[in-house]
Design a protein around this ligand. Structure first.
Ligand SMILES: C[S@@+](CC[C@H](N)C(=O)[O-])C[C@H]1O[C@@H](n2cnc3c(N)ncnc32)[C@H](O)[C@@H]1O
Length: 310
């Protein structure tokens, strides 16, 4: 397997947001290839601990190879929706000073044909971040009905031609199996009547199917309250999203928790009574034009930061 590097997105911005100089324990919930984790570790004070999580075995293998001898770093193979259990199991709830979520897929996942995430190289239709569980994209496409497939393509992929593509996939499946990314790419390309400039016609559908196969939005929904729970008073949570639906979930949660408990509008309520649990730190941060020029995969990134209220 070739090792394709992953360039960490919004690296300096995320490091600054995490407030590392004061931290005793930091969690990188989406290790990938450790771009952020390496930089975080270098900035931690002596004795501080780093826990890294990824649901991808290849990511954790790389983490173990890179950090095996380092007692202050622990690598855990798990979906981040198990955050409370992971942190609770180590008796560290309320002690996490910073937690980073760099959502979506890594460059090695996208670029290695055998993972089945990409349409530019032919590979098995897998698309699972965690290849030890769940169903592959091949099985998902086969079992989902035409209407739901169209909904996923439209909502997760913002695909205009969702119904056409869904119909073409289901029609083909009546005659033969769809086993490879190449077969799916050709089928989608033939079903899409017009081309978007600079975008492969299968881009949106592949993204949508990947999000569905990996329950990506459900994972985010599940982890948001857990991130709040495990943080220390004054601890920071940092989210880097690449999809408007991911960012919407994060934005809504941070906004609600920073407003505090809902009261009827006409009641005279003080800020203290509302008991907000989070404080928003700055506004949404996007990568600079310079970063996007060096790393085009950064182009859709949005970072949001919040701090647990003391
Ligand atoms: C964008 S990459 C992170 C890259 C990393 N920050 C770096 O600099 O190398 C996202 C990583 O998060 C992992 N991931 C995505 N969703 C996850 C989830 N729900 N639970 C655990 N890991 C997840 C993916 O497997 C992938 O390795």
């Amino acid at each position: 397997m070739t090792s394709i590097p992953h360039i960490p997105v919004l690296l300096n911005e995320a490091l600054q947001a995490l407030n590392l100089a004061q931290s005793k324990l930091v969690v990188d919930a989406t290790y990938g290839r450790g771009g952020h984790a390496q930089a975080i570790f270098r900035r931690l004070p002596p004795g501080a601990q780093l826990i890294v999580i990824d649901r991808d075995c290849a990511a954790i293998e790389q983490a173990e190879a890179a950090w095996g001898a380092e007692k202050r770093v622990e690598a855990i193979h798990a979906p981040f929706s198990r955050l409370s259990e992971i942190i609770g199991g180590r008796d560290l709830v309320g002690k996490v000073d910073g937690i980073l979520f760099d959502l979506g897929v890594s460059s090695p996942q996208l670029d290695q044909a055998e993972r089945g995430f990409g349409f530019s190289r032919d590979g098995p239709l897998d698309m699972r971040m965690d290849q030890t569980r769940g169903i592959t994209a091949q099985a998902w496409i086969k079992h989902v009905d035409e209407k739901e497939l169209a909904r996923v393509l439209r909502v997760y992929g913002e695909e205009r031609f969702a119904r056409r593509i869904s119909r073409a996939i289901k029609k083909t499946l009546e005659e033969k199996e769809l086993r490879s990314t190449g077969e799916l790419t050709r089928l989608i390309s033939a079903a899409v009547p017009t081309r978007e400039r600079g975008k492969h016609p299968a881009t949106r559908s592949f993204q949508a199917i990947r999000i569905a196969v990996n329950d990506e939005l459900q994972e985010i929904d599940a982890v948001l309250p857990q991130a709040l729970e495990v943080l220390s008073q004054g601890g920071r949570m940092v989210f880097i999203s690449f999809h408007s639906l991911e960012d919407r979930l994060v934005k809504r949660y941070l906004k609600t928790q920073s407003r505090g408990d809902p009261y009827p509008r006409d009641l005279p309520v003080t800020h203290d009574m509302l008991k907000p649990r989070l404080r928003l730190i700055g506004k949404a941060v996007m990568p600079s034009a310079q970063e996007v020029a060096i790393n085009p995969r950064a182009r859709s990134a949005v970072m949001r930061v919040a701090q647990k209220v003391e």
